[in-house]
Design a protein. Structure first.
Length: 296
């Protein structure tokens, strides 16, 4: 097991994007609560069309309202150059861009062919200058549309993006098709070179946590998660929520892997999110607490 893991909570963006719109003030408060719990990397908004994703309207207002903390990276998802320009003007610390190894999903998600997306990401990288750009490769472990898609296909695309200037590459299990075997295949396709490579795991089929555990044993140390386990692409039918941040932190705590995150505080934030969306969050740790709570 690694000594330390870096977690980026994408709850304020990925977690909320399929939900009914929540007031900007509540979204800002959620970001503050996550940082108070120890998160040092948070994806706070998406600079996308509010017609396409109504829950992400007011992204600039969210960024403007955040009380910045030293040592915390505030990221935003951008779909194109215009979104990147708006996010940079708002003052985000990191841009995330998305492209899919699945041509069909890429058309559904960003309405572009894969080659068009490669060119758009190159323009975002150029505009970003010194601001890091994390290229997220969707359908990194398989596609519900192209049955023969493999982790090797995703890695080939990720390498093109890294060669084009992306600071980091993250492989996303968009529709929850990953298994520990597929994680091992991704590791093999990367040639074992996983330093700085991120994983963005969804729990559609109940495998997100076991996939994270398998990844830890292979040397992966950077993960995207969402408080409460909310989220899922509104453009992929049946896509489940993200791996819950508090579930991963609870596991890492028991394994002795440092995160700097207070799992009890985080479980409390998850319950606050539950109240915001008006339904139970899927996270078991949010409701039962970590095993240390029972031991106490």
């Amino acid at each position: 097991m690694p000594a330390r893991v870096s977690i980026r909570d994408v709850g304020p963006r990925d977690g909320l994007q399929p939900e009914e719109p929540i007031p900007v003030a509540d979204r800002i408060a959620l970001v503050h609560a996550l940082v108070d719990a120890g998160l040092t990397r948070v994806e706070v908004a998406a600079f996308v069309s509010p017609k396409a994703v109504p829950a992400m309207a007011g992204a600039a207002d969210v960024v403007a309202g955040i009380e910045r903390r030293p040592g915390v990276t505030y990221a935003a998802l951008v779909p194109n150059l215009r979104g990147a320009e708006m996010a940079l003007e708002a003052g985000v610390d990191e841009l995330t861009v998305t492209i899919s190894a699945s041509p069909t999903y890429n058309r559904r998600n960003v309405r572009m062919e894969v080659e068009e997306s490669v060119a758009v990401i190159a323009s975002v990288v150029a505009a970003a200058g010194a601001v890091p750009v994390d290229a997220v490769v969707s359908c990194g472990f398989g596609s519900p549309y192209e049955a023969d898609l493999t982790p090797a296909d995703a890695v080939a695309l990720g390498r093109r993006l890294a060669d084009g200037g992306a600071t980091h590459v993250t492989y996303a299990d968009t529709t929850g098709m990953a298994t520990p075997l597929r994680v091992a295949e991704l590791h093999g396709a990367l040639g074992g070179a996983v330093d700085g490579v991120g994983l963005h795991l969804h729990d559609t089929r109940g495998t997100a946590l076991v996939n994270a555990y398998a990844a830890l044993g292979l040397g992966f140390t950077r993960f995207d998660t969402a408080v409460g386990g909310l989220g899922g692409s509104p453009f992929a039918h049946g896509a489940g929520g993200n791996l819950a941040t508090e579930e991963l932190v609870a596991l890492l705590d028991d394994l002795g892997v440092a995160t700097g995150i207070d799992v009890e505080a985080l479980a409390g934030v998850a319950l606050r999110v539950e109240a915001l969306v008006g339904r139970p969050v899927p996270s078991g740790v949010a409701h039962a607490g970590p095993r240390t709570r029972a031991a106490g």
